[in-house]
Design a protein around this ligand. Structure first.
Ligand code: AMP
Length: 283
């Protein structure tokens, strides 16, 4: 597997793949089986698979979260290699951004994308600027890698919807492939942030997905306010949890729904031991 740190290196490598299908999996590293499932899907569906590892500073609205974000590059490279990935791009911040872009003096070309409600509800509301940073880095990576197919996890359902909107509005000829959420044995959605949980919190965190699964079971026979009440009290019953939001939204637009609409998605954000976890389930 090639390990590239410069844009020029990966651009040259891709230029030699004319006529081949390029699959792309952008990540922030600290890889787990969830990321690897995206790599494996890309390897199966493309001639050449590129991953990227870049902890993108412009998408972190919380400096402590950025500082504490786990970094396990050596292990990540080994995991990618084992999964059959062909190349990984691991740029430094200065390779991706000019100082003016970092301090916001130059706006990203993605600033014109109209996200509608997508950056105003749930993750958009709670993490101001997050999706602008996500679009900024993903469009830069798309321009560098020029993939045919790009793979994103349903785990970050709102991010997936943002990327699809950006691709449509900016006219990228890239097929966005949604991939199912991989879970740990106790049901907890795999996440790089899980590494920061204490052993006890890790066990207890399985309760978040259990609550979502129960909400899914209630979907057929209960109305939305009853489901919301159930989730609120189930999460609040454990003092370790702080519920940031629980919302039922249209699965494609992510607009919150009050009447039952299909397809819908139940989305949750919970703090536990200083770690913010998100999860969702299609209803
Ligand atoms: P991240 O490194 O957290 O930015 O994630 C990189 C990609 O992996 C994103 O498209 C995520 O949605 C996806 N991903 C993260 N966790 C999981 C998971 N548990 N199952 C499937 N995909 C995931």
């Amino acid at each position: 597997m090639h390990v590239f740190r410069l844009k020029s290196e990966i651009i040259e490598c891709i230029s030699l793949k004319k006529g081949q299908n390029i699959g792309f999996v952008p990540t922030m590293g600290a890889l787990h089986a969830g990321h690897i499932s995206l790599i494996e899907k890309s390897v199966a569906e493309n001639d050449f698979t590129v991953a990227s590892i870049f902890v993108n500073p412009t998408q972190f609205n919380n400096p402590i979260d950025l500082e504490k974000y786990p970094r396990t590059e050596k292990q990540d490279v080994e995991m990618l290699n084992k999964a059959g990935c062909d190349a990984v791009f691991i740029p430094a911040i200065t390779e991706m951004y000019s100082p003016e872009e970092i301090n916001g003096k130059i706006v990203s070309k993605t600033a014109l994308v109209n996200l509608g409600l997508l950056d105003k509800v749930m993750e958009g509301e709670k993490r101001p600027g997050h999706f602008s940073g996500v679009m900024q880095v993903v469009s830069k990576l798309f321009d560098i890698v020029a993939p045919s197919n790009a793979y994103f996890g349903q785990k970050d359902a709102q991010q997936l919807a943002v990327i699809k909107t950006m691709v449509n509005q900016m006219g990228y000829k890239i097929n966005i492939v949604a991939c199912p959420t991989l879970r740990e044995e106790n049901g907890l959605a795999m996440s790089s942030r899980n590494m920061r949980l204490s052993v006890d919190d890790h066990k207890v965190a399985g309760h978040i997905s259990a609550t979502l699964f129960k909400a899914k079971n209630m979907w057929r026979d209960s109305n939305i306010s009853v489901i919301k009440q159930y989730v609120n009290s189930a999460i609040k019953s454990n003092p370790k949890f702080t519920l940031e939001y629980f919302e039922i939204a249209h699965a494609e637009t992510l607009a919150p729904v009050t009447e039952k609409t299909n397809p819908s998605v139940a989305c949750i954000a919970v703090w536990i031991g200083g770690v913010r976890l998100i999860d969702n389930i299609l209803l």
